[in-house]
Write a protein that binds this ligand. Sequence first.
Ligand code: IPM
Ligand code: MG
Length: 353
Amino acid sequence: MTKNVLVLPGDGIGPEIVTEAVKVLGTLNLDIEIDSALVGGSAVDATGNPLPEETLNKARSADAILLGAVGGPKWDGNPMESRPEKGLLGLRSELELFANFRPAILYPQLAEASTLKPEVVSGLDILIVRELTGGIYFGQPRGIRTLENGEREGYNTYVYSESEIRRIGRQAFEAAQKRGKRLCSVDKSNVLEVTVLWKEVMEELAKEYPDVELSHMLVDNAAMQLVRAPKQFDVVVTGNMFGDILSDAAAMLTGSIGMLPSASLDKDGKGMYEPCHGSAPDIAGQGKANPLATILSVAMMLRYSLDESAAADRIEAAVQKVLDQGLRTGDIMSEGCTLVSTEEMGDAVVAAL
Ligand code: IPM
Ligand code: MG
């Protein structure tokens, strides 16, 4: 049966990297129909809304969604409701994509590209499981209010219900079962009650997964351990905001955030796939962006939502091959390699396929 993929290029380098990823997808000759729609700043410009109704409807009916990136300085001054990021957050929450998987794998070819010593990062393979539709990103009440004395006050609410913690916890335990069977839950339970509950629920769940070794770490220590000795981690599970921050740190261990794909899944495995990086407005339109994170996101999409794991394996092998050939975009460039453009990198992956 034909599968439907909705492509949302977004802003900045989004359109460039998505073009390459779609090219790679097209090379596989699968029974997939591709549609596209606007999201983020480009949607604000065209319709005034970062997540137009039409985009949301198409997203609801698609089998999977591939997103580039959203945001840019052009819209930074917009009120919160019409910021590009609202489009992305709206998709995540409307589609209930609560489980965000961010694998940080160091390709051996890129050991030199990491800012950390090769011995610290070589062989790195960690998975960050980030809760994506709750926590302080979505908690109510929120806003900026004026107090009686005339001073303004900004406030957000960090809240998680037991069921929200349990469902992301299960995803993380199950992911750990398929990998190294170690799960580290990251919290701030020395200060924040919401994460005291988080920790308790993880402990309860651990009883159901006796084959997985559960540990806990405070988020500040986790940030330090990630750059000190990252290989101690197998699977990390954490809330929305901590996961946002730690996944950027983890990305840099692998040489470049331009290498990191991600999957955001609902309870039935329907998903949205996007690179972990942002829209990089400083290099947009210059052919400098690394399309590999988006191409690797296509591989995750084939594996998790489209039941095409053989095709996913082929893409990942093709990426290895172009790295073996010494082809590099600027972000992962090192001595003796060949600097290529966004398009040349996409073409090389297609040729390797
Ligand atoms: C990410 C991004 C987003 C987030 C932004 C663009 C809203 O940083 O996917 O990590 O904070 O979740
Ligand atoms: Mg982020």
